[in-house]
Write a protein that binds this ligand. Structure first.
Ligand code: HEM
Length: 321
């Protein structure tokens, strides 16, 4: 009798525990808006397509926006919020000064709000726009789990939590593992550097005053280093000067890994992937198989995109409700 009683008590408890785990764990799902806003994805894709047709720097910008969003307070669109007076938002933190194409998310939000007001979060729109950016640049496509909430907090000083281009392997590994991401995720997601552009300031540590022995990082291919020095002289540099991330910087492909193996990665953080046998192995694998890179990228970006945060569905992506 005693045993029977305890079983009957334990069973509902177990059910409650399981349900609360599901609720408090990642509640994202692929068909999250199936009933409430079935055409949201189409609307976002249309806006992204149009923006890319006018400006081929948009895909890189949207992919990086999603990454910077997820790495601070989870994927909660905190990166989109505007500063309020002296309260500087993430957007205005030093590593985020070169983020751009915010208007694309605003346009997409407007289009979606017209169809179903107050339903689709800005964080979901950003995740969808990043997926579309990769796919429309020749990369893989995937189903985006949705149901993210938008955050109400955005602080410029928290942008110091973003990994820096000068980071070594240990620092990068720590930055990713703090967010539950593996060293494989680190290598795979660094492949996002197949798209876009970097300013001289992001890699100047490698081409001027590298250390006491050499001006230039010895792991850089010498002719590549010379080219970078020409674009980015030590003095009188044009502020907007810089280099494409790889030689095919509007195509999402595996060129980034191929160049990395030739000493032509731009940042110390890219080069750092070769300093550990395990991550160097992944670099070689992705350099020789674009298909394996694409497959891994989908898994890693879905993982990164599931970092939780936020509590509301913002009406305007730039301001809290
Ligand atoms: C592993 C750590 C990472 C570091 C240290 C890093 C650092 C940087 C830096 C310094 C820039 C250039 C900024 C500039 O000079 O304007 C950049 C650009 C970029 N990053 Fe990363 N990044 C990292 C990971 C990622 C990830 C995970 C993604 C996406 C999956 C990503 C996507 C991009 C893209 C697409 C650009 C080009 C942006 C544009 O052209 O507008 N990065 N990154």
């Amino acid at each position: 009798m005693k045993a029977a009683m305890s079983t009957s008590l334990v069973a509902p408890l177990l059910i409650f525990f399981t349900i609360s785990l599901v609720v408090s764990g990642s509640a994202l799902s692929i068909d999250y808006y199936a009933e409430t806003c079935p055409d949201a994805e189409l609307a976002v894709t249309e806006v992204v397509k149009e923006a890319i047709a006018n400006d081929d720097t948009v895909p890189a910008a949207l992919l990086r926006l999603h990454f910077h969003d997820c790495f601070i307070r989870g994927c909660d669109a905190s990166v989109l919020l505007k500063s309020r007076g002296r309260d500087k938002a993430e957007k205005d933190g030093p590593p985020n000064e070169s983020l751009h194409a915010f208007y694309v998310i605003d346009h997409a939000k407007k289009a979606v709000e017209k169809m179903c007001p107050g339903v689709v979060s800005c964080a979901d729109i950003l995740a969808l726009a990043a997926r579309d950016s990769v796919a429309l640049s020749g990369g893989p496509t995937w189903e985006v789990p949705k149901g993210r909430r938008d955050g109400r907090v955005s602080r410029a000083n928290e942008t110091n939590q973003l990994p820096a281009p000068t980071f070594n392997f240990t620092q990068l590994k720590q930055s990713f593992s703090q967010r539950g991401l593996s060293t494989k995720d680190l290598v795979v997601l660094s492949g996002g550097h197949t798209l876009g552009f970097a300013h001289c300031s992001s890699f100047q540590n490698r081409i001027h005053d590298f250390d006491t022995a050499s001006d230039v990082d010895p792991t850089l291919d010498p002719s590549f280093a010379a080219r970078l020095q020409e674009i980015c002289p030590a003095q009188n540099r044009v502020k907007s000067a810089g280099s494409a991330m790889d030689t095919t910087s509007t195509a999402f492909d595996n060129t980034y890994y191929k160049l990395l193996l030739q000493g032509q990665g731009l940042f110390s953080s890219d080069e750092a992937l070769l300093t550990h046998p395990k991550t160097a192995g992944f670099v070689s694998q992705f350099a020789s198989s674009q298909e394996e890179f694409f497959e891994a990228f989908v898994k890693s970006i879905v993982r990164m995109g599931s970092l939780e945060g936020g509590e509301e569905v913002r009406q305007n992506c730039r301001v809290i409700n």
